[in-house]
Design a protein. Structure first.
Length: 69
């Protein structure tokens, strides 16, 4: 909770949403959460998106430098 910088109510809301959508599973006995295969697939897709966005921004800077000349 502290690492996420969320208060308990907001954190519980997000956790419930992730569990309801099948991205997380919870083990009530050990009080832990684990990403499901669907959750891991989402994380991979998000990482790919971030990398593609960064590449696009770098190429955009190059193109703008050509136009400025």
């Amino acid at each position: 909770m502290y690492a996420s910088r969320l208060n308990l109510d907001v954190l519980n809301k997000y956790l419930k949403s992730l569990i309801d959508n099948g991205h997380l599973s919870d083990d009530k006995a050990s009080r832990t959460f684990k990403a499901t295969p669907k959750g891991l697939q989402y994380l991979k897709a998000y990482q790919d998106y971030v990398a593609a966005r960064q590449l696009f921004r770098e190429k955009e800077k190059v193109m703008k430098s050509f136009l400025a000349q």
